[in-house]
Design a protein. Structure first.
Length: 499
């Protein structure tokens, strides 16, 4: 079965076939870097990350491009207000976006920046004007003439019959149902940043950025274009109008939109003030892996309601997966293999694939891995009780299923602590000490023992135990526990890992 994806353009689930054999070209609208991104934004970025990972796991060679909107109305306004250049204003938030993406194990796409493509945008607009799709107004702004593009509305399925030719809107984000000619290029305003170009001084509108950069990186027709559901109209509708008017070819073939992350039934957004950044959650003591898990739990076409209970439950799911792997890799089993465990692993891999092929049903893929965990843990319990329900040769297939799962979901690597420590340090340099919770301090605050120090303490603990000095060995164990080290006794002797 091929991958099936919902295409906003056709409003149907379709088989996904790239234009060019095995090669997938995809584009996602990236962040507007006027502030830190919130976890609603990251819901969309994580959804596209899962798609990217799954396409590659399915054998595709993928070129994935994302833009960084480092010029728009808000950025221009804020940088003018702070008396700094656009680049100076956005640098911090570009870095923050890259750091937060890495914190959430989002693989980095090819990144392109709007401010590095201003000339190409001006050229594109000049072409549109030549073809009659754009016109200049007295102040030196340029608008797209919607009346020249009869297919306008085909993505958002809005009916624009009866629109007034020439009615204009110069805001980048507008939610009016009636179509207006939208700004391609905005004439300079006193005190605000602008660029000189072949069509005169000014700055690009938001929509033109994505048309220009996606086609430059991926060609006039490419496979898939992604973003959050709020971008369907006007942003993506306008991208289609600009691009297809210029080239006469179909722009993106599949349109992938992630539904919103909600807080108490409302869209998480900056303007409503009901948002959390990744950093806010870590400052409260939550692990990055819990946040990633939470964001992947609900399939991308369903709304995801954010709650702190959900975040706590996510932490426990991740812990179960990590414990399972620890159990598999730290125990010794008798030689040979059971057919039951190999079969279980194979079935799980097949179930995960068919779930993800089904329009990225992440919830079903997670259910499959947890079924495997339940069954394998029962067998491991029996093995520990001396039965041969799991043998050495079963470890590899079970690990293989777990790793396949983790190629997509990416929560197994136990690296929360250094990531949390980095955010703790950041909060201190930003003067946000008041927001640092005791939970965060407990996990990331203390100077971490090195692996070698842990091994030394463990050896001392063992030596004390062998000498029947239980007081000393208990004290050492308590010290390790306080340092976040979990010590476990296995048939093979003592093993340890970090909490
Ligand atoms: P922005 O930085 O505002 O341009 O948004 C970056 C991405 O986040 C876009 O794809 C938006 O559609 C998406 N987005 C914004 N708010 C949410 C939300 N509450 N849930 C999911 N995605 C969102
Ligand atoms: Zn875009």
């Amino acid at each position: 079965m091929p991958l099936r994806l919902y295409n906003t353009l056709s409003r149907k689930i379709e088989d996904f076939h790239p234009l060019d054999g095995n090669h997938v070209r995809m584009y996602a609208c990236g962040p507007t870097v006027y502030d830190y991104g919130h976890i609603g934004n990251f819901r969309t970025f994580v959804a596209v990350d899962l798609l990217y990972r799954f396409l590659r796991q399915s054998g595709y060679d993928v070129r994935y491009v994302m833009n960084i909107t480092d010029v728009d109305d808000k950025i221009i306004r804020n940088s003018a207000h702070d008396g700094v250049t656009v680049q100076q204003y956005t640098a911090k938030f570009v870095d923050a976006f890259l750091e937060d993406s890495a914190t959430l194990n989002i693989e980095q796409p090819v990144l392109v920046r709007a401010t590095e493509h201003i000339n190409e945008m001006a050229n594109f607009i000049a072409e549109l004007e030549k073809k009659g799709f754009a016109y200049r107004t007295d102040d030196g702004s340029y608008y797209f003439r919607i009346a020249k593009f009869p297919e306008y509305g085909k993505l958002s399925k809005k009916d624009f019959a009866g629109m007034t030719d020439g009615a204009r809107v110069d805001l980048d984000e507008y939610d009016k149902d009636n179509a207006r000619d939208f700004a391609l290029w905005k004439a300079p305003k006193p005190g605000e940043a602008s660029w000189d170009s072949v069509i005169g001084p000014g700055r690009p509108g938001w929509h033109i950025e994505c048309s220009v950069m996606s086609m430059e990186e991926l060609g006039p027709s490419f496979d898939l274009h992604a973003g959050g559901e709020d971008l369907i109209f006007p942003h993506h509708e306008n991208e289609i109008a600009q691009s297809e008017s210029l080239t006469g070819k179909q722009f993106a073939r599949y349109w992938f939109h992630a539904r919103f992350l909600l807080v108490e039934g409302q869209k998480m957004s900056k303007s409503l003030g009901n948002f959390f950044t990744v950093r806010d959650l870590v400052l409260r003591g939550h692990k990055p892996s819990s946040v990633r898990w939470l964001l992947t739990q609900v399939p991308y076409r369903n709304q995801l309601n954010f709650t702190f209970d959900g975040l706590t439950a996510a932490a426990s799911s991740v812990e179960k997966l990590r414990n399972f792997r620890f159990r598999l890799t730290s125990n010794q089993f008798s030689a040979g293999a059971t057919s039951a465990m190999a079969q279980l692993a194979d079935d799980t891999i097949a179930r995960m694939k068919s779930a993800l092929d089904d329009d990225l049903n992440t919830a079903e893929a997670q259910a499959a891995i947890f079924d495997m965990l339940r069954k394998a843990n029962t067998a491991l319990d029996a093995a520990q009780a001396g039965q041969n329900n799991v043998r050495q040769g079963d470890v590899q297939p079970l690990l293989c299923a777990l790793n396949k799962f983790d190629e997509i979901f990416c929560v197994l690597k136990d690296d929360d602590r250094p990531k949390m420590k980095a955010i703790l340090d950041w909060a201190r340099t930003e003067g946000r000490e008041k927001e640092i919770s005791s939970e965060l301090l407990e996990i990331a605050g203390s100077a971490q023992l090195s692996d070698e120090q842990v091994n030394q303490k463990l050896a001392a603990m063992e030596a004390a135990r062998k000498a029947r000095n239980f007081k000393a060995s208990d004290a050492l164990r308590a010290e390790l526990t306080a340092e976040g080290i979990i010590v476990e006794n296995t048939k093979e002797g003592v093993r340890w890992r970090r909490k």
